[in-house]
Design a protein around this ligand. Structure first.
Ligand SMILES: *Cc1c(COP(=O)(O)O)cnc(C)c1O
Length: 229
């Protein structure tokens, strides 16, 4: 199947039921991104700042770029002028930096809190109690140039579907609780980003409304970038 064909199929599968499709283009060439773009895709996800900036500069300006990988505070300035959403917020300190550069760029930057649900040490993200602590912080209440749109999570990389299902179920339950406790009046808290190529069908069953798909669209990635995930 071609990239364009994959986009068409996946758009039908997701957008018809209100799920937003992020095409994860990390390690993929501009030509490959353009094939997806020409099939109508406008939302793309990258996990590294430098690659994101390079693609932003050389590709059409109506692409909406999502950062989905770990972000170091000292790199926020490079993406703050243009990034559509930062899905990988995992500390108050990082959020403060995003707020600072939102202000410098005279904009409000949409963010998701990345919540740690996997049974693996290596995945970034806030634990449930850390996420609550962040939302209760006075520093958070004072921020005017970020907007928390929801949560993002990555399930354990395992064949065990029951485990994946439970992790997504926990995140959905947490999402509903956070919405109720902290964002009851804010309709913009509406995004639950969970599901990648290997598990997006389970994620959708469990209430995801944003999936991040790379290899299902573009084919397998070369090994060199995996260690940076
Ligand atoms: C790479 C990546 C994806 C996409 O992975 P695939 O398995 O290729 O679909 C999704 N989310 C994050 C955070 C990633 O780093």
């Amino acid at each position: 199947m071609s990239i364009a064909g994959n986009i068409n199929d996946l758009k039908k599968e997701t957008e018809s039921i209100g799920i937003t499709l992020i095409a994860v283009s990390k390690t993929k060439s501009n030509d490959e991104v353009m094939e997806a773009y020409n099939a109508g895709q406008r939302l793309f996800g990258e996990n590294m700042v430098q690659e994101l900036v390079e693609k932003y500069e050389s590709l059409p300006k109506d692409i909406q770029w999502h950062l989905i990988g770990h972000l170091q505070s000292n790199k926020v300035k490079y993406i703050a002028p243009f990034v559509t959403m930062i899905q990988s917020v995992d500390s108050l300190k990082l959020l403060q930096e995003i707020d600072k550069y939102g202000q410098k760029n005279n904009r409000v930057i949409d963010c998701l809190l990345q919540v740690h649900i996997a049974d693996e040490e290596t995945k970034f993200g806030l634990d449930f109690d850390e996420a609550i602590e962040l939302l209760r912080a006075d520093e958070f209440a004072a921020m005017k140039h970020i907007r928390i749109r929801g949560l993002m999570g990555i399930a354990t990389n395992t064949e065990n579907e029951k485990q994946i299902k439970e992790e997504f179920y926990e995140l959905k339950t947490f999402f509903d609780g956070i919405k109720q406790s902290f964002f009851r009046k804010e309709t913009s808290f509406d995004t639950l980003s969970m599901g990648m190529s290997s598990d997006y069908k389970i994620a959708i069953e469990q209430g995801s409304n944003m999936v991040r798909l790379g290899s299902t669209i573009f084919g397998q990635r070369v090994i060199k970038h995996w260690k940076n995930n």
